[in-house]
Write a protein that binds this ligand. Structure first.
Ligand SMILES: [Zn+2]
Length: 410
């Protein structure tokens, strides 16, 4: 897999040199990185932000508030925190909240009013409203607590701080750090008008709009490798030619279809690649090489936003894929390289799904290893899961890839 990728990157590099120099405005004179009033002597390789935890303690929900602590303890155990890495890995500690303007760039005000109403009711101990309109809008919510609104604003804000960091760093140095927003709720199911999954705000989409509006990064590529279809594909950006949404997901047969490619001016800027049940490392390797790389090259993004879901792992109870953490390492390293080759390294990952805390934690650690340029530890970790792996439906995967390539002329 590594050799294949190297080959691709060589092609990307040689083909994009002119493009990069025209697009990336490095300022050699100002070598100090200043973000949010803080000066960084060195450019880090990874910048992460931890959103405050949700007040969610119920068992059996994806969004359980032990998820983030478990990731953090995995990072510490793997010595992938600032304490062990000095300036190479930075934790932002930003407590910034997204503004109403940020949120409304993706969600309708009506939805916000409804969410606030639920939160107010939760504060006062009232039962959920019975109105059919309200319950429709909130149908996907696992549950709402008194802190849900404020905490969700902070989660969205933590992603925006990472966009700021990436943009500032990319102006100084071509080795821009990769951002990773470690936040509670998987959010790629939430729509403009209603909640979904266990999502409140569509944080990756809000970051995409923010990158456009505040930093003038017009072309945003969103890559979503969560095993589930990202509902916002057909919602917030479906008619937008400047936000390319590329989603690989389990083919459940009723949404996120091949032919859903965007509408109006956005026709062609949505790529759905449903993959058959049982797709694994071989499938994702082919998808990366044959779809993600050429698509990114063709689109020429100014920034890459990643909806990083780890529920495609072979042991995840919600998914139907059989990926291993080695593939998450390769995706992280491949996407980082794509960003470097195509858009000054500007790239921010957003944590999405993944029910197995051990797998999610290790996968985030693997991503950090990829970002700092270290070797994957996946083979050791995966030993205990080898038993679950079986043959992949290679022919079906090939057909899916061919159909996608044909539809999108790549
Ligand atoms: Zn998912």
């Amino acid at each position: 897999m590594k050799n294949l990728h190297r080959h691709h990157y060589h092609k990307i590099r040689s083909g994009s040199r002119l493009f990069l120099s025209a697009r990336t405005n490095y300022s050699a004179a100002s070598s100090k990185l200043v973000v949010g009033g803080k000066t960084y002597e060195d450019i880090p390789k990874v910048v992460y932000n931890i959103a405050p935890p949700m007040d969610h303690k119920k068992e059996l929900y994806v969004e359980h508030n032990t998820r983030l602590p478990s990731i953090l303890s995995a990072l510490e155990k793997a010595k992938l925190t600032p304490e062990f890495r000095g300036s190479e890995i930075v934790q932002l500690n930003s407590s910034r909240k997204a503004t109403l303007k940020d949120i409304q760039s993706v969600h309708y005000s009506n939805y916000l009013s409804i969410l606030k109403k639920f939160v107010e009711d939760a504060k006062s101990g009232k039962p959920k409203p019975k109105s059919s309109d309200l319950t429709f809008a909130m149908q996907g919510f696992q549950y709402v607590t008194a802190t849900s609104y404020e905490v969700s604003l902070a989660a969205a804000g933590s992603g925006l701080s990472l966009v700021d960091f990436a943009v500032a760093a990319s102006k100084i140095n071509e080795n821009c750090p990769v951002g990773f927003a470690l936040m509670p709720p998987p959010m790629h199911h939430v729509l403009r008008t209603e909640s979904g999954g266990c999502c409140y705000f569509e944080n990756a989409g809000i970051a995409a709009r923010y990158a456009q509006r505040v930093h003038g990064l017009n072309r945003v590529l969103i890559i979503d490798f969560d095993v589930h279809y990202l509902s916002h594909t057909n919602d917030a950006f479906y008619d937008d030619p400047d936000i390319f949404v590329l989603s690989t997901h389990w083919d459940e047969g009723y949404h996120g279809k091949f032919d859903d490619t965007g509408s109006g001016r956005g026709e062609g800027a949505t790529l759905n690649l449903p993959l058959p049940e049982g797709s694994g490392d071989i499938a994702m390797q082919s998808v990366f090489d044959e779809v993600i790389v050429p698509c990114a090259q063709k689109f020429k993004p100014d920034i890459i936003i990643v909806s990083a879901g780890y529920d495609g792992h072979v042991v995840d109870p919600t998914g139907s894929f059989q990926l291993t953490t080695g593939t998450y390492f390769t995706l992280a390293s491949g996407i980082k390289q794509l960003a470097k080759d195509l858009c000054g390294g500007r790239c921010v990952f957003f944590l999405e799904g993944g029910e197995s805390e051990g797998v999610v934690s290790f996968s985030v650690a693997e991503s950090f290893r990829a970002f700092v340029g270290e070797q994957s530890m996946a083979p050791e970790f995966e030993k205990k899961y080898a038993f679950f792996l079986h043959d992949e439906p290679i022919n079906k995967v090939k057909q899916a890839i061919q159909r996608t390539k044909h539809l999108h002329s790549i």
